[in-house]
Design a protein. Structure first.
Length: 149
């Protein structure tokens, strides 16, 4: 969270938390994706100035969505990672706009979509592709420890 706040491209930051949640959910399924989203959301809520619980709700939703995507589309692994990364970023950003507007924040859909959501989807895609091998390594290590347990 703190490392990525300094990296901006066109005034948009890649979201390492979302990338990690998507990678873990794709590898471990909707239950662990939701748990990862819950923990990541709680961490962001404690560091954010947004109304408490927004990040927790949205990232739990994102983790569940990515996990179900992996469960429902097991044969198309080559397109699953980029597709879920982009889809989850769009869902995440759209949910934020919707919830923040409901909380009284002055956001408009059009400019937010073009200035934030689309660039964030591209940046998160790149971060997710870079992060996935590390998540896969951690998943294999966790699976071998579970088997030995």
């Amino acid at each position: 969270v703190t490392l990525m706040s300094r990296l901006t491209v066109a005034h948009v930051r890649p979201d390492l938390v979302v990338a990690a949640i998507v990678c873990w959910a794709l590898l471990r399924g909707p239950t662990e994706g939701a748990a990862c989203g819950l923990l990541g959301g709680l961490a962001l809520d404690t560091l954010s100035g947004a109304p408490f619980g927004i990040h927790t709700f949205v990232l739990t939703l994102v983790g569940t969505l990515a996990g179900f995507g992996a469960a429902l589309v097991p044969s198309e692994r080559s397109l699953l990672l980029p597709g879920m990364s982009v889809l989850c970023t769009i869902v995440q950003q759209g949910a934020y706009v919707w919830l923040f507007r409901g909380a009284g924040w002055p956001l408009s859909w059009g400019p937010t979509l073009t200035a934030v959501v689309l660039p964030a989807a591209v940046l998160n895609l790149l971060v997710t592709i870079l992060l996935y091998p590390l998540a896969d390594l951690l998943n294999r290590r966790a699976a071998s420890e579970e088997a030995g347990w």
